[in-house]
Design a protein around this ligand. Structure first.
Ligand SMILES: O=P(O)(O)OC[C@H]1O[C@H](OP(=O)(O)OP(=O)(O)O)[C@H](O)[C@@H]1O
Ligand SMILES: NC(=O)CC[C@H](N)C(=O)O
Ligand code: SF4
Ligand SMILES: [Mg+2]
Length: 483
């Protein structure tokens, strides 16, 4: 049925531009560049001149996929784009987005960030009625549900489709004359609206990708809202009452760029606060605070500020190493952390070092870095982590490992501390984390990977044994291919 990809991943980025007078293809390309941190496996752009939707997509980074040229149409007025990290369906060219279809109502293209919790069940149902799927991504159920709907307008067709699917979905959809944004009722993933210099519209996963096109932030798409942008301006449709909001706290801890503002909360400010809370909760004192760059850096500066201990660059990241670094042999895998990060001996030698990172998933990164620091002469190493222990998988667009591979699911904090070889280890508490998003209602956040309280049940877990066996075989095959 579906292959779930068993790795800790980022998620996808989506973008869209409606502007009859600007270069929508280039603007989408630049927007995707600014969202590259959200997905580096494949990229794609779809655009229309009002008659025809063209798509160009492929495996790799935005710069690689569009190395030769951007998709071009004379008088193009709408474009959407996607950068992918596979969560359901392998990382293959066939699964790259946006998806484009022609159906009774016309043509549309669709790009998705998130992961559905009932896509396999919907797919099984649609397949039993004769629907033929072209990909193995959960996203494809949207296009079939929209195409099969008997409603007269595309807006109503989309609203009917979103009443059937559950889980995490931010969508950027284009028809020949409309740009449409949709955010699920929980608002798991971010999505915002901007205005271009010529008065056109932008949809973007994060605000950091508005600036690159000189677009001004207008507002976030609300959880349970669909926005439609066309020659009549912007129309809004609500399909939930706003009571089930559960935005992902991990966007603030790790996934989003620190210069983004999501739902009114600055990611940088949240991360800085996490560092301050860590300093108070851990009570750790030492000679120097260092970070695991880049994602641990903002929290480390917050720790340093609160504790009054200087921050220094104790680890340098090789800026030429992509996140998609391929690790085909054991030797290269072992070298990976050393290639990516190297210690600055003069900063750590003989010192009691406080090392701040955002998360421990399997424990491999922290263990290797602690060894690097010891070899560089660090006297003591105290590890502070700005997320609570990850004990449970995510079903909403981040594929944390299967539970047994999460080190915090099977080991206590003390056991993890000795596993990674640190002198002490502290994880931020969930209560502490809640204090760090002061612009938000902390009760309207998802913390399920730390506390097992899932805002939306994983209905696909109800698949029968045969389907699960197929799923598991595909997981194993995928893992073997990765080794
Ligand atoms: O416990 P582990 O399984 O090793 O995973 C945890 C690490 O993974 C992430 O970093 P990653 O190396 O993926 O990349 P980044 O921080 O450079 O984005 C995260 O920031 C942690 O450092
Ligand atoms: N990371 C994501 O948001 C992925 C979107 C979609 N589930 C896919 O696998 O393509
Ligand atoms: S389970 Fe964790 S990563 Fe997934 S949406 Fe909830 S907080 Fe975010
Ligand atoms: Mg990291």
């Amino acid at each position: 049925m579906y292959e779930k990809v068993p790795k800790w991943k980022e998620e996808c980025g989506i973008y869209g531009v409606y502007s009859p007078t600007e270069d929508v293809s280039e603007m989408t390309y630049l927007g995707l560049f600014a969202l590259q941190h959200r997905g580096q496996e494949s990229a794609g752009i779809a655009l229309t001149d009002g008659d025809w939707i063209d798509v160009k997509k492929g495996m790799g980074l935005v710069s690689e996929v569009f190395r030769e040229q951007l998709p071009r149409l004379d008088n193009a007025k709408i474009a959407i784009g996607h950068v992918r990290y596979a969560t359901t369906g392998f990382s293959l060219a066939a699964n790259a987005q946006p998806l484009r279809v022609n159906y009774a109502g016309g043509a549309l293209a669709l790009a998705h960030n998130g992961d559905l919790t009932n896509a396999a069940l919907i797919r099984r149902d649609l397949e039993s009625k004769g629907t033929v799927f072209q990909t193995t991504i959960d996203t494809e159920v949207f296009v079939h549900l929209i195409a099969r709907s008997q409603k007269p307008s595309v807006e109503e067709r989309i609203l009917e489709a979103v009443s059937v699917v559950r889980g995490a979905f931010c969508l950027s959809i284009m028809t020949e004359d409309k740009l449409i944004g949709v955010r699920d009722p929980q608002g798991f993933r971010p999505l915002c609206i901007g205005r271009t210099p010529d008065g056109g519209w932008v949809l973007s996963s994060e605000t950091c990708a508005l600036d690159v096109n000189g677009a001004e932030f207008v507002r976030d798409v609300l959880p349970g809202e669909m926005v439609v942008m066309d020659s009549d301006g912007l129309k809004s449709y609500r399909f939930s009452n706003g009571k089930d909001v559960a935005s992902c706290i991990f966007e603030y801890i790790y996934f989003a760029r620190p210069d983004s503002i999501i739902d009114g909360q600055s990611v940088h400010a949240a991360r800085f606060e996490m560092g301050r809370v860590l300093a108070r909760e851990s009570g750790f004192r030492g000679d120097v605070v260092i970070s695991v760059p880049d994602s641990g850096t903002t929290a480390a500066t917050g720790f340093s500020y609160e504790a009054g201990i200087p921050f220094a660059e104790g680890l340098i990241k090789n800026r030429y190493i992509g996140r998609t670094f391929i690790q085909p042999t054991q030797k290269q895998r072992d070298a990976a952390v050393k290639l990516k990060l190297s210690p600055v001996r003069s900063v750590v030698a003989g010192k009691s070092v406080i090392m701040v990172d955002d998360s421990i998933v399997r424990g491999t990164t922290s263990g290797k870095i602690v060894r690097l620091l010891r070899n560089a002469g660090a006297r003591e190493i105290h590890v502070c982590i700005s997320s609570p222990p990850i004990t449970d998988p995510c079903y909403y667009g981040i594929d944390t490992s299967v539970r047994k591979e999460l080190i915090s699911a099977t080991k206590s904090v003390d056991e993890i501390c000795s596993f990674i070889g640190a002198d002490s280890l502290h994880f931020i508490s969930i209560d502490g984390l809640r204090q760090c998003v002061s612009a938000l209602n902390p009760d309207h956040m998802c913390y399920a990977c730390f506390n097992n309280k899932y805002p939306v049940p994983e209905e696909d877990a109800e698949l029968d044994e045969d389907d699960k066996i197929i799923l598991e075989r595909r997981q194993i095959a995928q893992r073997e291919r990765e080794l």
